[in-house]
Design a protein around this ligand. Structure first.
Ligand code: MG
Length: 269
């Protein structure tokens, strides 16, 4: 099931995106969004009569994390190598504030404090229930679903600041979407799902989730051994090789097979 959050110009609502999808998870032109009563993270899936053509609604970030977005650094060996870094011995965690989250089509704003704004296309997982100390074999029980994230990073500030708060934390530095797919599980990603980033139509990142150093159950176990996870919290699983700069006026697209495409323009702040 594909859970979206959308607006028709009125209050945001949640809905289920129906219809066929192609191999990259792109929906057919006649797809519809069936509205849901309330937030499915809290009240479950309650379908309403109300429907809209997908083409007639504006999609929003499919989840608004109540507490946190947890980033994982250097979780693909080829990306660690391009950063001249070693692969970490255990998952390298950082936080992005929930105020960095924006939705499909929303601008990524280029801050005046950086001269090196980078895209990082990533698989994101959405936590479905309050949990801590989750054993790896129970990770599936606490994952609501999967979406696409762009872990936007001010690379020069990441180098100069020692820690990542500013470099990863600006408003609009965490595009999420286009929806949450609830029917996949960690095995699907361990077998390999293409993660691709295009900048103005040019392929820049071409990775596979099979190359995750620490797999999804390991990440959930590791993060939840440190901090309680709440419904709607997001874990970004790390980016494959090929990160690079964006400029004002660019359009960045992150695609993951089965999850669709997350597209955002870059604008001046
Ligand atoms: Mg990243």
């Amino acid at each position: 099931m594909r859970i979206a959050r959308f607006t028709t110009g009125e209050e945001p609502q949640f809905g289920v995106v129906t219809g066929e999808v192609d191999e990259f998870g792109q929906p057919a032109d006649d797809s519809v969004v069936v509205a849901l009563a309330g937030d499915p993270l809290y009240v479950g899936i309650k379908l309403l009569e109300e429907q809209h053509r997908l083409a007639d609604v504006r999609l929003l970030a499919p989840v608004l994390p109540r507490s946190k977005v947890v980033g994982i650094g250097r979780n693909y060996a080829a990306h660690a190598a391009e950063m001249d870094s070693d692969v970490p011995d255990e998952p390298l965690m950082f936080l992005k504030p929930n105020t960095s989250v924006v939705g499909p089509g929303d601008p990524i704003f280029y801050p005046r404090q950086t001269q090196e704004l980078h895209f990082e296309g990533e698989l994101a997982l959405v936590i479905g229930r309050i949990c801590r100390d989750v054993p790896p074999e129970q990770a599936t029980d606490v994952i609501f679903g999967y979406t696409i994230g762009n872990d936007v990073t001010a690379r020069d500030l990441q180098r100069s600041d020692v820690q990542f708060t500013r470099a990863k934390g600006f408003d609009s530095f965490c595009p999420l979407g286009p929806w949450i797919e609830t029917d996949l599980d960690p095995h699907d990603f361990a077998e390999g799902r293409a993660v691709q980033t295009h900048l103005n139509g040019d392929l820049k990142q071409d990775g596979s989730t099979r190359d995750l150093i620490f797999d999804i159950p390991t990440l959930v176990a590791h993060v939840s051994s440190v901090m309680t996870l709440l419904p709607g919290d997001v874990i970004l699983t790390g980016t494959p090789a090929g990160v690079g700069p964006m400029e004002v006026g660019d359009e960045v697209e992150v695609s993951i097979a089965g999850l669709g495409t997350l597209t955002n323009p870059v604008k001046a702040r």
